[in-house]
Design a protein around this ligand. Structure first.
Ligand SMILES: [Zn+2]
Ligand SMILES: [Zn+2]
Length: 441
């Protein structure tokens, strides 16, 4: 993961793990936005970043600020590779029509946040990080009275949301039904500067502002917040990726990587009917978590250091044929070369872990032809995947204990420590609890 991303890849990466208002859900739209509020985050056009600045300024005109200026604490990335700093921003007195103000209950630290902190994506600073968040509705703007599924929404409800919204009108949103490739997507905690109103557009803060057309989901009372954040953006990403790959019941599946995306892909593959799941990764505590999530075999990269030895180990476990499907959840280019060799002939390979541009790799395309491989890519997720994830989490709390992924809790002021534990792979999942004292960590 040494190389910096290309500008093109970077701009696309900024839309990471975002939510969509697909065209088919028009009847469930929370509120149509005015043209002036729509973002135009165009991939392949670096200048689009600057267009957003002007749009945010336009947006700010619609938000009333209170006379008392209630100030909200946030942990802010204002310089790459430097400690996050505590800042205060004014809360809007009343959210604009279709928007909401939410009191942050828990914010997940995603591996992408570490990449952002390191400056591996040239985002505009300052930014409030955090694109995996649960909170309680504080205030609702006019016209916002239901969540994406149609459930009534009121102050005090516990909610989560997709981190970004697609336009619902473009070529990809409508004609090609690939809304995750909408050029106008832009993610909370990544693509919004916080020095301009409405400021509070990331999870590392006491409150989060939800812009009009955000796809909001009311959480059922019997689903712990820890389950939702423990799953984070990884589960919805994995649901989308496995959906695109199309696993068959009884498949033998290899998951490369035992981080949050790998654990999520494992859970989705097992629930999709995988007869055998082999997880390759490390360190040991992550592989132990994989076993808790139903891994039939684990291969520790610290013990089996050579790719050829890992390929041989997979073949040994699959009667010499290789796996029906291999799911890459690593983000390392070399893992892709290795993983394709782990597929059986006619098998499937999913490249799911490359949200950052980690550079090139040399490989022999003959492998794909000879093995008759089907290769898939998958980017982010749609609102329907978040809906499915909430139902999945609620129904499988004992079989897939995502709440146990939350191993490290931090107060907002300790966000740097939270990022560091994630960067060092010490935690399964580190979280911030901006409005509560930490219970551990
Ligand atoms: Zn993420
Ligand atoms: Zn679109």
């Amino acid at each position: 993961m040494a190389r910096g991303p290309s500008p093109e890849g970077t701009v696309e990466a900024l839309a990471h793990f975002s939510g969509v208002q697909p065209s088919h859900s028009g009847s469930r739209q929370i509120l149509g936005s005015s043209a002036g509020l729509r973002t135009c985050f165009a991939p392949r056009l670096a200048c689009a970043l600057f267009v957003h600045c002007f749009e945010l300024i336009a947006c700010a005109r619609t938000i009333k600020l209170p006379r008392s200026m209630r100030m909200i604490k946030a942990s802010v990335l204002d310089q790459f590779k430097a400690p996050l700093k505590m800042r205060e921003y004014p809360a809007p007195e009343q959210p604009e029509a279709g928007a909401a103000l939410v009191r942050t209950e828990m914010a997940g630290i995603c591996g992408t946040d570490v990449h952002l902190w390191k400056g591996e994506l040239p985002i505009l600073l300052p930014v409030i990080l955090g694109h995996e968040t649960v909170g309680r509705v504080e205030q609702l703007g006019d016209g916002l009275d239901r969540d994406w599924t149609g459930q009534p929404l009121k102050a005090g409800d516990r909610v989560t949301w997709n981190s970004a919204t697609s336009c619902g009108q473009c070529y990809y949103c409508t004609e090609k039904r690939q809304p995750t490739r909408c050029p106008q997507r832009r993610a909370y905690g990544i693509g919004y500067r916080c020095d301009q109103p409405p400021h509070l557009l990331g999870g590392y803060a006491e409150f989060h502002y939800l812009r009009p057309r955000t796809t909001i989901f009311k959480l059922p009372d019997d689903l712990p917040t820890e389950s939702v954040i423990g799953a984070g953006c990884a589960l919805i990403t994995a649901i989308h990726g496995v959906e695109r790959t199309g696993l068959a019941w009884g498949d033998i599946v290899v998951v490369q990587g035992a981080g949050p995306v790998g654990i999520s892909a494992l859970a989705v593959a097992k629930s999709a009917g995988a007869a055998q799941a082999i997880v390759i990764g490390g360190p040991k505590h992550r592989l132990e978590m994989a076993k808790r999530f139903g891994a039939d075999h684990t291969i520790d990269i610290a013990d089996v250091k050579e790719p050829d030895a890992r390929i041989a180990a997979v073949r040994d476990l699959t009667r010499g044929f290789g796996a029906d499907a291999v799911l890459e959840c690593v983000g390392s280019p070399a893992a892709v070369v290795e993983g394709m060799e782990m597929c059986r002939d006619g098998g499937k390979y999913l490249v799911l872990g490359h949200y950052c541009d980690a550079g090139n790799v040399s490989f022999n395309p003959h492998v794909m032809t000879r093995k008759q491989l089907q290769v898939f890519g998958s980017w982010s997720s749609e609102p329907r995947h978040l809906k499915a994830a909430i139902e999945f989490l609620r129904a499988n709390q004992s079989e897939f204990p995502f709440h146990q992924m939350v191993t490290h809790r931090f107060q907002l002021a300790n966000a740097n420590e939270a990022l560091a534990t994630t960067a060092r792979w010490e935690s399964a999942k580190s979280v911030l609890v901006p409005n509560n004292a930490p219970e551990s960590g």
